[in-house]
Design a protein around this ligand. Structure first.
Ligand code: URP
Ligand code: ZN
Ligand code: ZN
Length: 478
């Protein structure tokens, strides 16, 4: 099956140019002016529109069993919603159960078979042992997992102490995988949660009080120091607090290879949502780190603009109101997580490009290309070039809509961007050369997505290893 998109302005992370793009057998076969295509090729008119690499969401949790329930978007509904919004690949977090990382990997592969778009996995290290170290090596070498998340929060569940972080970061270094952290000081979050409950403050308004921005800044800094000691690059997921941004900037200015991700939600929403008199509304916003006081979102924007943060994700982890109600008498039992995979691209365009914070090329970088580079799948993903997977979005900068849970495709009854008017969105989404959404009609196919293995030891990783001697002469490998 072949496809030609004629007359659009191609926008990559580097530049914009007018070209036709031909796709066959799922890959891009030609990019240039005045191209011809096989007689039976599907023709899409791109006149007046932009043609972008499909969005990559590096942070999702589809059908995740979490906090006594299971996230309501499964790999099909969640990835179909992603395609509707112009995201053509997700990287989901594989969180192992008691059977370990390899068993977890098999479980995730099975769950993800129904995906409508391409997908890959990060591993999660929730305890450290010889068996975990061994399995991390197998995943990196044989299964295409080159990144591992570590939780510095969720005490009593997935939280890792500092010595385990160092051992796991060392292991990541040795196997060529990128360590990632959820940076919040989990000990102090737990202390504050218990204190608030003892004081009788049990509603969702207590959630941000138990997780102040300073605790994210402290944990971010600690993780960065541990990565320096290990001599390994580091990726901070869902960076939400100005203090964490400052820690990243300090490290980068010191020559350490540290990456940061911002979420669409944290860029657009502030913590006033937790003080809303509608408790169902407030509860629906419970996620970790929480939405932050005004000022923090702007700090995230400035860091994205400056390149101190490189990627945007969603932390898509959808829960229905009835699931959120599990914590109606105790905010610590509200399942943590919010949806967003469908709207990230439009929200980033509206608040980024339409305000002049980002150029279209910078938009492509932070929604797609940088993630492809950091996670070592570039230029197969995140580029419009011959040989790349034909994951493309024909973007109409003029199309207007109001975001709402009433019209979104995500399998959840709430949208944190509810009522937001956005100008700019996908008019056609192409996944591996197939039109999967066009003019508001979703044509996603269950099971059409493919697993994308990611090779260990990416270029950035190797550079960090080599540069270690220059960057941190006092650091010793343990
Ligand atoms: O609240 C969140 N973020 N839920 C998903 C798990 C995580 O920490 O990423
Ligand atoms: Zn997290
Ligand atoms: Zn997450």
């Amino acid at each position: 099956m072949s496809l030609i998109i004629r007359g659009a302005t191609v926008v990559t992370a580097e530049h914009e140019f007018r070209a036709d793009v031909v796709c066959a057998e799922g890959v891009i076969t030609a990019v240039g002016p005045g191209l011809s295509a096989p007689a039976d090729a599907k023709v899409v008119d791109g006149t007046g529109k932009l043609l972008l690499p499909g969005g990559i969401d590096p942070h999702t949790h589809m059908q995740l069993p979490f906090m006594g329930t299971v996230a309501s978007d499964d790999f099909y509904t969640g990835t179909a919603a992603a395609l509707a919004g112009g995201t053509t690949m997700i990287i989901d977090f594989m969180i192992p159960g008691p059977d370990g990382l390899l068993a977890g990997y098999e479980t995730w592969r099975e769950r993800a078979e129904k995906s409508a778009c391409d997908y890959s996995f990060h591993g999660c290290v929730t305890a450290y042992s010889d068996k975990v170290a061994e399995e991390m090596g197998v995943l990196a070498r044989d299964k295409g997992i080159n990144s591992f998340k570590h939780f510095m929060a969720y005490k009593g569940a997935m939280m890792l102490p500092d010595d385990a972080l160092l051992m796991s970061f060392n292991r990541c270094r040795d196997i060529g995988a990128l360590p990632m952290v959820h940076a919040e000081n989990g000990e102090l979050v737990y202390y504050l949660q218990q204190k608030l409950l003892r004081e009788g403050i049990k509603g969702p308004e207590a959630h941000p009080l138990s997780r102040p921005p300073e605790l994210e800044g402290e944990a971010a800094n600690r993780a960065i120091v541990i990565a320096a000691v290990a001599g390994v690059p580091l990726y901070l997921v869902h960076t939400s607090a100005e203090q964490a941004v400052e820690a990243i900037i300090r490290a980068r200015l010191n020559g350490q290879r540290v990456y940061g991700e911002a979420l669409g939600g944290h860029l657009a929403v502030d913590d006033s949502v937790y003080r809303n008199e509608d408790v169902v509304f407030a509860r629906a916003h419970v996620m970790s780190p929480p939405f932050r006081p005004k000022g923090h979102p702007e700090a995230l924007w400035k860091a994205l603009q400056a390149g101190h943060l490189q990627t945007t994700g969603t932390d898509h982890c959808a829960f229905m109101a009835e699931q959120k109600a599990m914590g109606k008498d105790d905010f610590t039992k509200i399942p943590n997580g919010c949806a967003g995979v469908e709207d990230r691209m439009s929200v980033l365009w509206e608040l980024g490009v339409n305000t002049g914070r980002l150029t279209p090329s910078e938009f492509v970088a932070v929604t797609s290309t940088n993630a492809a580079r950091i996670f070592n799948i570039y230029p197969r993903k995140g580029s419009v070039s011959v040989g790349a997977d034909a994951d493309l979005v024909l973007w109409d900068p003029t199309v207007q809509r109001t975001i709402s849970a009433k019209t979104h495709h995500q399998n959840v009854d709430f949208n944190v961007f509810e009522g937001m008017k956005v100008a700019g969105g996908p008019s056609v989404t192409v996944s591996r050369g197939r039109v999967v959404a066009a003019d508001g009609k979703l044509l996603a196919e269950r099971g059409a997505g493919r697993y994308v293995p990611r090779t260990a030891f990416g270029p950035a990783f190797e550079a960090a290893g080599k540069a270690k001697a220059l960057l941190a002469p006092r650091a010793v490998q343990r």
